[in-house]
Design a protein around this ligand. Sequence first.
Ligand code: FES
Length: 670
Amino acid sequence: MSEDPLVIFTPSGKRARVPAGTTVLAAARRMGVDLDSVCGGRGICSKCQVSPQFGQHSKHGVTVRDDALSGWNAVEARYDEKRGLKPGRRLGCQAQICGDVVLDVPPESQVHRQVIRKAATAREIRMDPATRLYFVEVDEPDMHEPSGDLERLNRALKAQWNIGPVEAPLPLLRKLQPILRKGAFRVTVAVHQAHRGPARLIDIWPGLYESGLYGLAIDLGSTTIAAHLCDLDTGAVLASAGLMNPQIRFGEDLMSRVSYSMMNPGGDLEMTKAVREAMDQLAADIAAEAGIAPAAIVEAVIVCNPVMHHLLLGIDPVELGQAPFALSTSDAVECAAAELDLTRLNPAARAYLLPCIAGHVGADAAAVALSEEPGKQDELSLIVDVGTNAEILLGDRNGVLACSSPTGPAFEGAQISSGQRAANGAIDAVRIDPETKDVRFRVIGSDLWSDDPAFDFEVTGICGSGIIEALAEMRSAGIIDASGLIGSAEQVGTDRLRADNRTHQFVLYETPDRTISVTQGDVRAIQLAKSALYAGARLLMDERGVDKVDRVVLAGAFGAHISPKHAMILGMIPDVPLDKVTSAGNAAGTGARIALLNRAARAEIEQTVRRIHKVETAIEPRFQEHFVAANALPHAVDPFPELRKIAPLPDVSFNTGGEDGRQRRRRRKG
Ligand code: FES
């Protein structure tokens, strides 16, 4: 008796013998090969396409004859005629295996296809979304065997897909009967099966529904709300959009919003309403941009800091404004999107908020941990997400620590005399000639440097990355000293320096109606912000018992634009070789996308967060010590040997006993 045919699937390389006459789809299922199917093998969804590879395959030791699969059948012919099959493709649910065969599963036929991330680490996301489509044939009601339509739908889901039973919310129960009858009891259902909790019916369509399911990955920040619309089948990002967080009118930073809630009865509810309306509008806008119906959005994954988290959920954040900074819950929250007033989404859409790490370290930091995976690396990584608050993670395989540090909004251009948000016209890069002290700069919206004869752009201010570069260049050119004091025109030798009360300011750009300069107050604001950031990082390093880290990752939108060298000249981050400083872009947003597309990632981050060791900067006495030492540029004590190799800093001092100097002497004596 001859042997059963040998089947080899590529690219997985899985091989096994199956009885002749087995369909390709059945063989794939038996062998654990990732071959998609929405219609369950009825020949109508075309998700199960494969490409037979005929001829000799020395690598696999087989020769595939032309009759290795059964002939083109009527179902395939009908599908090809109506919808068209790519040349060389077969429907896996129709083609039967007759002889040894090599079958390629194209990416679009893989259930758990990999989505390439653009991030530097370029890991892939394995598609395994919580909400999927299933085509089912439901038994018709029968007088002799009384049962409800939902019970029969559940029976069909169990028998045909081995899932369920599903719970159906009231709006779906209302449409269940008419749609079952409209589809002659052949329907497509969207079922949400998270990593925990019951399976839920999200929507139902008559016949085969092919318009796709979508999800939103939302990074809800104190200043901006950014969303990516993802296809839950392919993982592709179809559109991205953002808008300002309307809560800004209640307070620029987190603590002022908590205070608003404390001082104004019902203030928390006002802020809840504002952010929910904005998110709902954002969902509608992004759906319109991608040309899909908002009701096709069936899931939203949201990452945010603890105050935003509480306000979105309608929880008064008052406890987060005072020690011991207790969260209402630090666990992940899974609920109906409608409970968050996201009414434009599918009425049964689900929302998932990642877990918070601690009272000051939120779901956004958890998302960064999910995206960057410090706990899976051999190298000790310091990850800083710079915003109004810096959230800092330090870790490797031996454990991860986290804290948050109150940097304030100076890094975002606020509290800076010529500061502005990163928008067209804002200076975002600065170079100063160390000899002549000449300045050239670049603004957002133009690729040209300001000394290019073709440069012709309205310069409106300086943004966060611009002020960091300006200060670092001023330090390198000997315009400010290690204590942060700006020198005078005589001391430095440039008329760009102007007296400004008892201090000095350095002019970057001047026209008859606009002067953009760096004042002593600007330097102090950045010194405070960077000291808080560095002190937070040092505190985690103390806790870990190390003096240096292997690599630094700058996350967040600001982190994406910051120049590592300039950040290090200012001593914002610990000293490491420059090539060990990388940008992770919007890592929190990427973490949200991972959690949206892969439900195992949700279980994983919930576990990971429990193991992260939290350090509370507010009650740690060493924080103050580190803060004071970090005030110098780059640092009063830490030697920064790697920085010195690439950027020798002039040893200047402008402390001539003026106002600023007198204060400093008094403090030293005291
Ligand atoms: S499984 Fe749907 S067409 Fe083959």
